[in-house]
Design a protein around this ligand. Structure first.
Ligand code: GLN
Length: 196
């Protein structure tokens, strides 16, 4: 399987390394031809406004949106989660999303005081074996449709907020497993989401 990592901006190299640790030789992609060729795509963490604007500037926006809508397995972390959401609650001007998951996300949801933090998360596919969530100016899921499976959540002020979700062939995490050296989320993407 040909797995691409969208390399417009953000921590795409870390995702490439995580794929390598899973025994998959990924490919950094940033042209129409490269994106047309991949079987699956990872959208990295970074700045979702920048990635969205660059995707439009390089004429990739509609292609990526269409490939996701057509069922290409896709995994977005942090900014990537924002980009696969159907809707952003507080978008920057000119910021659009590729779509893929029927959810509304709130950018920078954890607020100033906890812009960055780490937290051990119960991740539904690995019961009893928490994964370390690295959150950097992370979003959370504010609302989601019935077809969206919640894989991990965080409680803030007595309210539970999803931070890892899946809808069919699209996976998204508000946190960055590519920064921890624990590649179980990447394996879950490769071995379960991509094979659905
Ligand atoms: N806050 C960033 C955004 O809105 C995401 C941050 C991240 O990817 N670490 O795109």
């Amino acid at each position: 399987m040909n797995v691409g990592v969208l390399a417009l901006q953000g921590d795409f190299r870390e995702h490439l390394s995580a794929l390598g640790e899973c025994g998959v030789k990924g490919k950094l992609v940033k042209t129409v031809a490269e994106i047309a060729e991949v079987d699956a795509l990872i959208i990295p963490g970074g700045e979702s406004t920048t990635i969205s604007k660059l995707a439009k500037a390089f004429d990739l926006f509609d292609l990526i949106s269409k490939r996701i809508a057509d069922g290409m397995p896709t995994y977005g972390s942090c900014a990537g989660m924002i980009l696969v959401a159907k809707k952003i609650i507080d978008p920057a001007s000119g910021q659009d999303t590729f779509g893929g998951i029927d959810m509304e996300v709130r950018r920078n949801a954890f607020g100033r005081q906890t812009e960055s933090f780490e937290f051990d998360l119960e991740f539904k596919p690995f019961p009893g074996a928490p994964i370390r969530g690295v959150f950097i100016r992370a979003p959370w899921v504010e609302s989601q449709g019935a077809k969206v499976e919640i894989l991990a959540s965080i409680d803030v002020a007595g309210k539970s907020h999803p931070v890892a979700v899946r809808q069919g062939s699209v996976l998204a995490t508000a946190f960055h497993p590519e920064l921890t050296g624990d590649n179980r989320v990447h394996r879950y993407f490769l071995e379960t989401v991509c094979k659905k």
